[in-house]
Design a protein around this ligand. Structure first.
Ligand code: ZN
Length: 152
């Protein structure tokens, strides 16, 4: 049996840093409806195949987008946008657990998680933002930083 070898250094895991400029109430598929405070969120996911296509899908918006994963519902919320993407070969759960943040919705993105993460989406506080390579410098980031600091 022949099988094309995957590039050994190709990433399999990604994190999305998501900005939510205002609080939203959002239905997350069959999980139910939840209140998401404004701020920054980190979502950890993986794709063994079509890795870049998966990320491109997360970055795409549009009324025609079929909401499939939990993260699709959050990204469809008013104002929600991905502000940074990190790629890695780390294990999805190990990376998620090493990321500072607070769980907002139990079970979010963790349907297939067997490592007890609780959720693969975390609300990122000011300290957790330091884990992102390069300063987050998107529009409104200064205000966001102040807001994060004030809420702690
Ligand atoms: Zn996990």
């Amino acid at each position: 049996m022949t099988r094309a070898a995957a590039p050994t250094r190709a990433p399999t895991t990604y994190q999305l840093l998501i900005e939510l400029p205002q609080p939203v109430r959002c239905r997350i598929g069959r999980l139910g409806e939840f209140d998401f405070p404004a701020g920054l969120y980190c979502y950890t996911g993986s794709a063994r195949r079509a890795f870049e296509a998966r990320i491109a899908r997360h970055l795409r918006r549009g009324d025609d987008k079929i909401l499939r994963w939990h993260i699709d519902y959050l990204l469809a919320a008013p104002g929600a946008r991905v502000v940074r993407v990190q790629r890695s070969r780390r294990g999805e759960c190990a990376w998620n657990q090493a990321t500072r943040g607070r769980m907002v919705v139990a079970g979010f993105g963790a349907s297939d998680c067997g490592a007890g993460c609780g959720a693969h989406l975390k609300w990122v506080d000011a300290e957790g933002r330091k884990g992102w390579r390069g300063a987050y410098g998107g529009p409104g980031s200064h205000c966001l930083a102040l807001r994060l600091a004030a809420s702690e």
